[in-house]
Write a protein that binds this ligand. Structure first.
Ligand code: UDX
Length: 440
């Protein structure tokens, strides 16, 4: 059993902290955001993530997980300190690591004995060196520490499962002692034979960017293939299926759609491009993936416009789904943002519904009308647009939808509806990478 402190109780810190306490360790999740910690102490979670509430409650009850706003004391109590603070996009696309640097200083000042300091936040390659230098500068003389880079691979909406059943664990550590400590931290996974890769620190930092950018590339690739399928009359789903059967390609991340969003892919691809430019090694493929993604988001608006014969002004549009993917209330860089921004700019009235993200989106677009069901949002509208593949949209009753709408026009940017059923129900529709439909 280890004593572990997580600094930063956001998405990554909270899921990982709770997950590690579930492995049997004593974990303190700390944050400078006092109201957030007070809420957590009362059992209120700042994010919506399936399974997280139960995981937190179970470990709090067992006395293994606690929350504290006293960052300094929490550091002193720990054998392993995880850095899990935010690294938002800074000027010009590079990641802003000012919070990581501030935390490194606090760790240095409170280093009262040997500790392993481990970064989980996604940080530019070379940050490990910088964190070590800062800790060295502020730590008392004669006290030792080791540094580890341990990137996370958590998907929002599936983060708890990703944490407890990861494909692999990457531990970037120069010291064998630190690697041993980390292996103990992840002991249950190690026993389960989860691959545990011991790498250098920069390699671990690089792995995180290389994985995310590759997945983003894959999405942009299939989106461009989808667009070409539309043009030549091919079906992208069959194309993706046939591609995925090839073991070298794998079927995952080959779903065409309105473009990737979220807190990771957009930010990490831009940061990787920035790093490449800085090193004089331009990452052209990732640059292209970013450009394709921006185009894809806009292409959805053009599709809707075409369905409405070129006119958005004065139209009432139902936006079904706001989050960047299902099972989250996160709307950061969600394709719905671009859609709503253009619609409102061009004088359309937006009626929105998302099972989880109405509140988060209303902070960005207060002028939009938010409803508690797709039936209400679709009432009296000229067109409906599915922006997120929530399960409840897959099973929408098309007759009910048609009766609710002023005109039966639908843009399905996630390809969740059956084209045959849409045709039978008399919808005018479009989707991504498959045939368009029209009134009979
Ligand atoms: C991602 C990584 O998967 C995770 O390992 C990393 O740690 C954080 O970033 P996340 O952003 O939560 O996780 O979601 P993910 O499921 O990867 O989806 C990202 C975006 O890609 C979403 O907008 C999704 O709609 C889109 N996507 C995904 C596609 O358009 N097509 C696909 O085939 C897969």
């Amino acid at each position: 059993m280890k004593r572990i402190t997580f600094i930063g109780t956001g998405y990554v810190g909270l899921v990982s902290g709770a997950g590690i306490s579930d492995f049997g360790h004593h974990v303190i999740c700390t944050d400078i955001d006092k109201p957030k910690i007070e809420a957590l102490q009362k059992g209120q979670l700042p994010i919506y993530e399936p399974g997280l509430k139960a995981l937190v409650a179970r470990n709090v009850k067992a006395g293994r997980l606690s929350f504290s706003a006293d960052v300094e004391a929490s550091i002193r109590k720990a054998e392993v300190v995880f850095i899990a603070v935010g690294t938002p996009q800074g000027d010009g696309g590079a990641a802003d690591i000012s919070a990581v640097k501030a935390v490194a200083k606090t760790i240095g000042e409170n280093l009262d004995g040997y500790k392993v300091v481990c970064t989980k936040s996604t940080v530019p390659i070379g940050t490990g060196r910088l964190v070590c230098d800062i800790i060295e500068k502020y730590k008392p003389e004669g006290v030792d520490f080791d540094y580890v880079s341990n990137p996370e691979f958590l998907r929002e909406g599936a983060a708890v499962m990703d944490f407890t059943r990861p494909d692999r664990i990457v531990i970037g550590a120069d010291s064998e002692r630190a690697f041993e400590v980390m292996r103990d931290v992840y002991r249950p996974l190690y026993i389960n034979e989860t691959p545990m890769l011991h790498t250098g620190i920069s390699t671990a930092e690089m792995i995180k960017y290389a994985c995310n950018a590759f997945l983003a590339l894959k999405i942009s690739y299939i989106n461009e293939i989808a667009n070409l399928c539309e043009s030549v009359g091919a079906d992208v789903h069959m194309v993706a299926k046939a591609m995925g059967i090839d073991g070298r390609i794998s079927p995952k991340f080959l779903h065409p759609g309105p473009g990737f969003g979220g807190s990771c892919f957009p930010k990490d691809t831009r940061a990787l491009v920035k790093m490449g430019d800085r090193e004089g090694i331009p990452i052209r493929t990732v640059k292209a993936a970013i450009e394709t993604n921006n185009e894809q988001k806009h292409r959805m608006v053009l599709k809707l416009k075409t369905l409405l014969d070129g006119e958005l002004k004065g139209k009432q549009i139902a936006i079904l789904g706001l989050s960047f993917k299902p099972l989250t209330d996160d709307v950061r860089e969600s394709p719905a943002n671009e859609m709503i921004a253009v619609l409102t700019k061009e004088g359309a009235r937006v009626r929105a519904y998302d099972p989880a993200a109405n509140a988060t989106m209303s902070k960005i677009f207060p002028q939009v009308e938010y409803y508690d069901s797709w039936e209400e949002a679709a009432s009296g509208t000229d067109a409906a647009v599915i922006m997120t593949e929530w399960n409840e949209f897959r099973s929408m009753d098309l007759q009910t939808l048609k009766e609710r709408m002023k005109t039966p026009v639908i843009l399905d940017t996630r390809n969740v509806l059956s084209m045959e059923e849409l045709r039978e129900a008399g919808f005018r529709f479009d989707n991504v990478g498959r045939k368009k439909g029209t009134y009979n």
